[in-house]
Design a protein around this ligand. Sequence first.
Ligand code: NAD
Ligand code: HSE
Ligand code: NA
Length: 440
Amino acid sequence: MKPIKVGLLGIGTVGEGTFNVLKRNQEEIRRRAGRGIEITMVAARNTERAARLVGGECEVVSDPFAVVDHPDIDIVIELIGGYELPRELVMRAIANGKHVVTANKALLALHGNEIFAAAQEKGVMVAFEAAVAGGIPIIKALREGLTANRIESVAGIINGTTNFILSEMRDKGLDFSTALAQAQGLGYAEADPTFDIEGVDAAHKLTIMSAIAFGIPVQFDKAHIEGISKLEAVDIRYAEQLGYRIKLLGITRRTVIDGVEGIELRVHPTLIPTKRLIANVEGAMNAVLVQADAVGATLYYGKGAGAEPTASSVIADLVDITRLATADPEYRVPHLAFQPNQMTDVAIWPMSEINTSYYLRVYVKNRLGVMADLTRILADARISIDAVLQKEPAEGATRLDIIMLTHQTREKNIDAAIAKIEALDTVVGNVTRIRLESLS
Ligand SMILES: NC(=O)c1ccc[n+]([C@@H]2O[C@H](COP(=O)([O-])OP(=O)(O)OC[C@H]3O[C@@H](n4cnc5c(N)ncnc54)[C@H](O)[C@@H]3O)[C@@H](O)[C@H]2O)c1
Ligand SMILES: N[C@@H](CCO)C(=O)O
Ligand code: NA
C-alpha cells in the first residue's frame, strides 16, 4: 500500500520533535500502522530554517493554506498554536476532507464543539492526544481504556511549566522568575507564558478531559481558573510542615448538590497530602488521577511537555488515523468518547457552591483572645478545624501567622467567614486561602 501523506503546519518545538521521531522510528511505525507515514509538505514561517531541518526530503512552503488545500495530503498536523489561524486552517482541512492531528488545547477548548461537529459531518478524524498531558496517553485511557466505567472524577497536574516552577522554588529555593526562565529555556512554556502561570493552559486541558469523561460539550468559559502567580513561598513551607504539598491541580468531578447533579470544573493551587503519589510528581512531569466506578483509582504519569514526549502522542494519533482511514466512519471512536447525539447538558457548578477543605493563613497581632475570635467565627459558620499551626515570623515579633486546616465546607461559607475574620482589628491584611483536597 502507498504511504499515507502528511502535511505539517509549524515546525517549532513539537513540529521538529515529530519530524525527527517519525524519521528515526519510521520502520517500526510502518510495521505498526500497516502502511508508511510520510511528511511530504511543511509550512513554516522561517522556510530556510525549516528546509535545513527536513533536509530536502519534503516541500517547504510559507503559506499553511497551501498545505491544507493540497490534493495529495491525507492528514494535516497543526502545530502552530494560537486560536484563530489554527481554527481557520483546521476547518479548511476538514472541509477539504483531510484528517487532522493537533496538539493545540487552546483551539479545542474554545472551538472544539464546532470543529468536532464539522469533522463528524465530513467523516474525518480530529485527533488530539498531544493536547492533554503531552506524552501521557490520557485521551486514549479516558476514551477507550476506561470506556466500561462511569467516571466520577479526574484530577491532574497538567501543566509542566507551573509544576516545574513550584518544584524548583521548593527544592532549590529559586525565585519565581528564574524558575520560569528555565522552564521557557527547556521548551515547556507556551508562547505566552501567562497561559501557564495563570492556569489557563491547565484549564484548556481540563475542559477537554471533562467533556470526554462525562459526555458533555467543551465549556471552557465555565471553568474556574486560578494560577500560581499569587502563591507565596511562605505558604509552600507551612504546607510542608503540616504534611501537604501545594500543586496547581485541575479537578473535574460529578457532584450532587441539594439533589441536583452538576459538574465541577476548576483549576487552582491545592494542598495535597504529601503521602499521595500525585503530591510527589515533580518538575515538568504530569500526572492524572482518574476515579471510576468499576476500576477504582488509576494514575497516569509521564512527561507532559517537551519536543519528543509530545511528538510521541502526535505520532500515535497519526498511526491511529492511518489504521482507521479506510474503515467505515460510523465505527470510529467518537471525538469526545460519547456519540455526538448522546451528549448531555449537565450544568457546571459555580465555584461558590463547591465543597472542599481549606488552608487558611491569618496574620495577627499577637494579642490575647485572637485565637478565640477565629474559632468562634468558624464555629458560627459550622466550619470545623482539623489542624492549627502558630508561627512567630521573627524572634520577639509582636505579630504571628496562624495557619488552620479546615474540614470540608462550601466555598461561599468560607468566604463569608473570611470576611468576618478580616474585619477583626487583631487581623492584619488579607487571609490567605488555599483549597485542600485529600484525594483519597
Ligand atoms: N512545547 C510543548 O511541550 C507542547 C506540548 C503539548 C502541546 N503543545 C502545543 O503544540 C503547539 C506548538 O507548540 P510548540 O511548543 O511547538 O510551539 P513553537 O512556538 O515552538 O512552534 C510553533 C511554530 O509555528 C510556526 N508558525 C507560526 N505561524 C506560522 C504560520 N503562519 N505558518 C507556518 N508556521 C508558523 C512558528 O514559526 C514556530 O516554528 C501549541 O499549540 C502548543 O500549545 C506544545
Ligand atoms: N506549556 C505546556 C506545554 C504542554 O502542554 C506545559 O507547560 O504543560
Ligand atoms: Na496526552
